[in-house]
Design a protein around this ligand. Structure first.
Ligand code: EPZ
Length: 420
């Protein structure tokens, strides 16, 4: 297994381009299942999760061709209704096949994703919504088995604004009989990107980005082309890389509006952020980082996917910060690894009290999940000496060539093969 080796202490300088959003590309590729006609998707990040989604779609009978960041899909002949466990266990987002398969073919058999490092991650809200649209759903032997001759439009009030739950229900409603109104839905920009793509395919959707989305079912969708939105989590990660190293970094290709709350919190820490003609942000810091209080919330609140990265900044800020994680019950796995680097963090349920230290010390650390790994890399960039992050396959699920992009900014970082 590969490792990332970092020698910390170099302020980063230069320009980095943000890639396509993993969490927009995943539902958009899954939406190819909704009908025939060629779909050409550009700006797809070349990361493991998208490779896995491509394999799943091909298994279901979708013709999938990939050329760099372009994915071409044709789903006229979807034959299989089953998303098998051995694929789903490697990527929870496979659950996004459930809604499209059910509404297109009248049946779907999708392995329960199971939990992961950051929490139990149930999908009950997905199933409750589909049941309200007339689906007959049985969960047995680890599989979700759903049937419906044709889903019916319904009013669905979500108990929680689940991101993939919202996406599954939007896709299911596209071909349902009648109108579906979804309430208390997730408002993430990735959902707006999915709806933009579905609309190009002939879906009738209003309200994307608000907490109520109305979908009028149609008989079929046609092909379309789409360019995936920039990845706001990758953008935020690079903003924080510039902030923690005290350099001068311009993050290009990101939509600064998508960074909202994160922007404000980073500025509160004393980091200078200036927008570059609406499609990027310049990051500079000339004073020590200051402590802040952060609470992760559904969009437009502070994104849980930037929590671990933010905690790395808090670990070397002057004063005592508090991070409250309200989305996932197990998303503090990076804390014991930061302890190994000398961070002073006390966890009490959803709260982490972080007492800043002048400098972290490089150490061998273990990645546990995608965003925790990014947090450890940021900590290594600022630490004294060498940090080796193991199990970087977690990182490769969601970051494209992270170490190359950091090298281009002057970081002393390289990928090495683990010596067993
Ligand atoms: C999406 O996961 C993202 N993944 C996650 O990004 C992200 O962290 C998360 O949204 C929150 O923003 C993709 O988009 C592929 P949720 P999702 O359903 O949809 C509870 C990354 O690093 N819940 O919004 O699975 C759940 O337990 C990944 O790129 C229920 O209780 O997240 C959690 O506590 C990690 N019942 C909370 O809602 C349900 O039926 C948020 O989950 C569904 C969810």
């Amino acid at each position: 297994m590969d490792q990332i080796r970092i020698i910390g202490g170099t302020p980063l300088h230069g320009v980095v381009e943000v890639g396509g959003a993993k969490n927009a590309a995943l539902p958009i590729l899954a939406a190819s299942l909704l009908g025939g006609g060629e779909c050409i998707i550009d700006h797809v990040p070349q990361v493991q999760d998208l490779v896995t989604m491509g394999k799943l779609l091909a298994l279901l009978g979708v013709e999938v061709q990939t050329e760099g960041g372009r994915v071409m899909l044709e789903a006229s002949n979807v034959q299989s209704i089953e998303a098998p466990y051995d694929l789903v266990k490697t990527m929870r987002a496979s659950i996004l096949a459930l809604g499209p398969l059910l509404t297109r073919l009248g049946e779907a058999k999708v392995s329960l994703p199971g939990g992961c490092a950051i929490g139990t991650r149930p999908v009950t809200l997905h199933l409750k919504g589909l049941t309200m649209m007339g689906a007959e759903i049985h969960v047995e032997h680890g599989y979700i088995h759903a049937k419906a001759s044709r889903l019916k439009g319904a009013r669905i009030d979500l108990d929680f604004p689940t991101v993939t739950g919202t996406e599954n229900l939007i896709m299911a409603a596209c071909l349902a009989d009648g109108t579906t109104s979804l309430h208390h839905v997730a408002r993430e920009p990735e959902i707006m990107d999915l709806c933009a793509f579905l609309t190009k395919r002939g879906a009738k959707i209003v309200g994307a980005g608000t907490d109520t989305i109305t979908i009028e079912g149609v008989r079929e969708l046609h092909g379309a082309s789409h360019r995936v939105m920039p990845d706001r989590v990758e953008a935020g990660t690079f903003v924080m890389a510039g902030a923690i190293t005290g350099g001068d970094v311009t993050v290009k290709g990101c939509v600064t509006d998508h960074l909202g709350t994160m922007f404000t919190k980073i500025q509160e820490m004393g980091v200078e952020l200036t927008e570059e003609d609406g499609e990027g942000v310049r990051v500079r810091r000339s004073t020590p980082l200051k402590a802040v209080e952060v609470k992760t919330l559904p969009y437009p609140g502070f994104p849980t996917d930037l929590q671990a990265q933010m905690m790395a900044l808090m670990a070397v800020a002057e004063g005592t910060s508090v991070m409250t994680e309200t989305i996932f019950e197990g998303r503090f796995l990076h804390v014991p690894e930061l302890h190994r680097m000398g961070a002073l963090i006390d966890v009490d349920g959803p709260h982490a009290v972080v007492k800043g230290v002048p400098r972290l010390a490089g150490a061998p650390v273990m990645a546990s999940d995608l965003r925790a790994s990014a947090g450890l890399v940021l900590a290594g960039l600022a630490a004294e000496g060498e940090t080796i992050v193991s199990r970087v396959y977690h990182l490769d699920r969601g970051y494209e060539r992270l170490e190359e992009k950091l090298q281009a900014l002057g970081a002393q970082v390289q990928r090495v093969r683990e010596v067993i």
